[in-house]
Design a protein around this ligand. Structure first.
Ligand code: SF4
Length: 468
């Protein structure tokens, strides 16, 4: 593991000053910003950082891009349709920019960390003011300053190995939030673009993580999800703190009620982590453990570095040690060369594990990855058919498995009220990530309540509040 130098403090301080200067200029102008994010939770967290910097620059958030003075598309390059959607949405802004030439349009995120894509977009849409990659998020105030002076910015630097600390964050929600513990990925799964755009693994200093958790708890958040592309390989630069130790350290923060984490690579899931999950009482009994395929041949081609047998062994260990744990997963169908036999292996693994949710995808080639160059790409029709078969199977397993929860009592963190039910049904998640709907009102949001499960409905559970 590399050392984890911070992005030069000078750059961060300089940008803080620039943001404050812009804030003074914008004072009293009632300017607004709009951010559209297309990707994973890391991508959404980047949007929260941009929001924090924009607030310092005197902008407030809006949900309506037509009234925004800065519009940001925070892109993702993991899925192809997200990329197409971004290009379409940016093109559609031309009319707005013609009517209001002062509007600043910025495009950032993973997709823009790919030099050729960023350059193409910059040339194709001359009305876009700012194009920057994931490694330059802390320089955003400088780019806004350039735009206010009439200059365009295109930057896709790779400053791998550095971590921007101390950026302001405008967190969404009020009781549950994310804290990033590491950036990048070293795994190079052959279908995935992330290591190319987010760089090599670099872990944040444990004290910086604990300080951030303390700060969010002081703001009223009670549930924290520790985020990273592969949290299991977290390691402090002095090698003293690994992920299980970090979990224990974070769980000691007073006022924190629940601790979650994602994503875990199955190859790095150690016995020590399972032990930490079982014995650290704030850590929720849920794990997201992407399997991707049930076929050893396909897992090898994907460079996942575990076998079906090893994965199932890990699942067994988790279930035997961590009381009532629920497991969710990601699965790709139609990876190059996937045969009917390989696909059957995936179906049988899904049956064997009994996931409480599976996020399923058709393989789509990402330019620059090894899988995109493989022969024997699977026809779209076959992928669609396999996806349907897999989803049907998962739905029927879920229906059956959900029955085991009837009669169970547990604590939910109330997340909201179902508008379709006239706000008379509240909903929240149990520690094991299962969603429970129960009669309740909006004033319960953010509270921890005990419920008893009485019924099931599709993917969710139905319950009622109980006293204890
Ligand atoms: S572990 Fe694999 S799938 Fe996950 S981010 Fe890294 S390369 Fe991509």
């Amino acid at each position: 593991m590399k050392n984890t130098p911070l992005v030069s403090q000078y750059e961060i301080e300089r940008n803080r000053e620039i943001a404050e200067n812009i804030g003074r200029l914008n004072n009293g102008k009632n300017l607004k910003y709009y951010i559209e994010s297309y990707g994973c939770q890391m991508n959404e967290h980047d949007a929260e950082k941009l929001g924090g910097m924009l607030i310092n620059m005197g902008y407030t958030a809006t949900e309506d891009k037509n009234e925004a003075d800065i519009i940001i598309f925070n892109t993702c390059c993991v899925r192809e349709h997200a990329e197409l959607r971004v290009f379409g949405n940016i093109g559609a802004l031309k009319k707005l920019k013609d009517e209001r030439p002062d509007v600043i349009i910025a495009v950032c995120g993973c997709m823009m960390q790919q030099k050729s894509v960023a350059e193409h977009l910059y040339k194709r849409y001359p009305f876009v003011n700012i194009v920057f990659g994931t490694h330059d998020i802390h320089n955003f105030p400088t780019f806004v300053e350039n735009a206010l002076c009439g200059d365009r910015t295109l930057i896709t630097r790779n400053i791998d190995g550095e971590i921007p600390e101390g950026l302001p964050i405008r967190r969404s929600g009020s009781f549950s939030t994310h804290v990033i513990i590491m950036y990048g990925c070293n795994n190079f799964c052959t279908y995935c673009i992330v290591p190319y755009v987010r760089g090599r693994e670099r872990s944040r200093d444990p004290q910086a993580i604990i300080d951030e958790v303390k700060a969010v708890v002081a703001q009223g958040y009670t549930e924290v999800t520790l985020l990273g592309q592969n949290v299991n390989s977290y390691r402090s630069s002095d090698g003293q703190v690994n992920f299980p130790k970090l979990l224990k350290m974070v769980s000691e923060v007073d006022g924190l009620k629940r601790l979650r984490f994602m994503t875990s690579h199955p190859k790095d899931l150690s016995d020590e982590l399972i032990e930490a999950m079982a014995t650290t009482n704030k850590v929720c009994h849920h794990i997201h453990l992407p399997v991707q395929s049930g076929s050893n041949r396909i897992l090898k081609l994907m460079n996942r570095v575990y076998t079906r047998e090893k994965y199932l062994e890990t699942v067994e260990k988790l279930r035997s040690k961590v009381k009532d744990i629920e497991i969710t997963t990601d699965i790709i169908v139609g990876f190059p060369t996937e045969t009917d036999e390989d696909f059957k292996d995936t179906l049988s693994l899904v049956e064997q594990v009994g996931y409480s949710a599976a996020y399923t995808f058709m393989y789509s080639p990402r330019k620059g990855t090894r899988a995109a160059e493989m022969d024997d790409q699977i026809p779209q029709e076959v992928k669609k058919q396999r996806l349907k078969e897999l989803n049907d199977l998962e739905a029927s397993i879920l229906q059956k498995n959900n029955l085991k929860f009837i009669g169970m009592k547990g604590e939910v963190l109330v997340e909201g009220c179902d508008k379709r039910e006239g706000n008379t049904m509240a909903f929240g998640k149990l520690s094991n990530f299962k969603m429970v709907y129960f009669p309740g009102s909006e004033d319960l949001i953010g509270k921890y309540l005990n419920v008893e499960v009485t019924d099931t409905h599709h993917n969710s559970l139905i319950g009622k509040m109980i006293e204890e």
